[in-house]
Design a protein around this ligand. Structure first.
Ligand code: PMP
Length: 437
């Protein structure tokens, strides 16, 4: 048995079934990372265009960030939120500076799921309402509350919704498969306006919050049309609720802006951050407007939330993002990557749509452009073929037919061209194998 086989045997023997879903048929066992690259335990190199699901925005084991982490590790690594530390308070101040205006009060936790949970509880407490409106195909996490607001059946076999809360799903802004068979802009944003009818039909007739990702990541990089978020913001406030924006995946430079909502004119009442916040160390936060952030005053404590190690790493991560202008870089690099994906789309009959913003990109694969039947097997075959040739790309969407691209924001033009060349060849090889080219 080689090392990979040995470790796969351990997986099969010791991990729960729910932990045995890896990206590839023959899973990658990763040994180390260096900026845009990962190395498996056999020593093979991969250009990583998925960044551990959009987490290592500043690259794997970024030396500048890791130096700050190492320094903190030798000074103080743990206290719990019952104590204060400089890194945690400096980070709270930094987040108030860099997040959209008005968001000033932070609570730190360990995962995006917990951040969404906390944001929902805060909205309930502030408004006195139990009704939460997430949208279809949302992914907000795996805790009971966050998974109840998730609407992709492959991630749960429970009915979405919750007995504690009144959860009703509005429409997402999924123009490629518009539920109203309408076209933007003539549609008048029916998807967003339909939320209002949902609230009118609910027993409370008022809400605690609308909860939405500006771009749905796990849902398949669903990028809503202009104006969608503005309509949701208006409806949330009209019905006495808050707007909770989940930027766990889209935040911190990924979309070519510090936050995906930065230029939309929409202002979150509570913002959820996670994933890339500490460039790979566990840290997440929900950040609220002043009065809202004061509405729970009983002690809520988190053992590891805002621990000094993750907080110091997050401070170094944000400094790195700003100093190296990674949001601007993501916009430029994203344009180059997108053009390449569009060229592949012109050559292949499987690409139904290329979408996303900055370096948060995807191609939805369908069997026939007319039928839009999800090309699930084909997507899997292409990402496997890419892996065999040293490129990691992701997949998502309810039918896992969305091929995702999300490299470190430090990616160079040469690396983008290299990734596109491997991807183009993978399409060709798989199409030939399946007899469609
Ligand atoms: N919100 C969004 C938008 C996410 O993409 C995710 C994770 N994919 C979460 C919340 C949950 O984060 P975590 O896995 O850290 O709990």
């Amino acid at each position: 048995m080689n090392a990979t086989e040995q470790y796969l045997a351990k997986r099969d023997k010791y991990l729960m079934a729910q932990a045995r879903h890896q990206l590839y048929r023959k899973p990658l066992i990763v040994e180390r990372g260096s900026m845009e690259y990962l190395y498996d335990i056999e020593g093979r190199e991969y250009l990583d265009c998925f960044s551990g699901i959009l987490v290592t925005n500043c690259g794997h084991c970024n030396p500048e960030i890791n130096a700050a982490a190492r320094e903190q590790l030798d000074k103080l690594q743990h206290t719990s939120t019952f104590f204060l530390t400089r890194p945690m308070l400096d980070l709270a101040e930094k987040l108030a500076e860099i997040t959209p205006e008005g968001l000033v009060r932070s609570f730190f936790v360990n995962s995006g799921s917990e951040a969404v949970d906390g944001a929902i509880l805060l909205a309930r407490k502030y408004t006195g309402s139990k009704t939460i409106i997430p949208v279809k195909m949302a992914y907000h996490g795996r805790t009971q509350l966050a998974s109840s607001c998730t609407n992709i059946s492959i991630y749960s076999d429970e009915e979405p919704g919750s007995e504690v809360l009144n959860i009703r799903f509005g429409y997402n802004g999924y123009c490629y498969r518009c539920p109203f068979q309408a076209k933007y802009p003539e549609c008048g944003l029916k998807c967003a306006h339909a939320v209002e009818e949902l609230i009118r039909q609910s027993p409370e007739k008022q809400i605690a919050a609308i909860l939405v990702e500006p771009i749905q990541g796990v849902g398949g990089v669903i990028t809503p049309p202009p104006g969608y978020l503005e309509v949701l913001e208006h409806i949330a406030h009209y019905y006495g609720g808050l707007l909770i924006i989940d930027e766990v995946q889209s935040g911190l430079g990924r979309t070519g802006r510090m936050f995906a909502t930065s230029e939309s004119g929409v202002s979150a009442d509570i913002l959820c951050l996670g994933k890339g916040l500490a460039n790979g160390l566990p840290l997440a936060a929900y950040i609220a407007k002043d009065g809202i952030g004061e509405s729970i005053d009983y002690p809520t404590f988190s053992t590891f939330g805002g621990n000094p190690l993750s907080s110091a790493t997050a401070l170094a991560t944000i400094d790195y993002l700003i100093e190296h202008r990674l949001a601007e870089k993501a916009e430029r690099a994203g344009e180059r990557f997108r053009q390449g994906l569009e060229e592949i789309a012109r050559e292949s009959r499987w690409v139904g749509e290329v979408r996303g913003r900055g370096l948060f990109l995807a191609m939805e694969l369908v069997r026939e452009p007319g039928s839009k039947e999800p090309a699930t097997e084909e997507t899997l075959a292409i990402i496997n073929e890419c892996k065999e040739n040293g490129l990691i790309v992701g997949k998502s969407g309810p039918f896992t037919n969305v091929l995702r691209v999300g490299p470190a924001l430090t990616i160079t033009d040469e690396q983008i061209d290299q990734a596109l060349a491997i991807l183009r060849r993978a399409f060709k090889t798989v199409e030939e194998k399946m007899g469609v080219r």
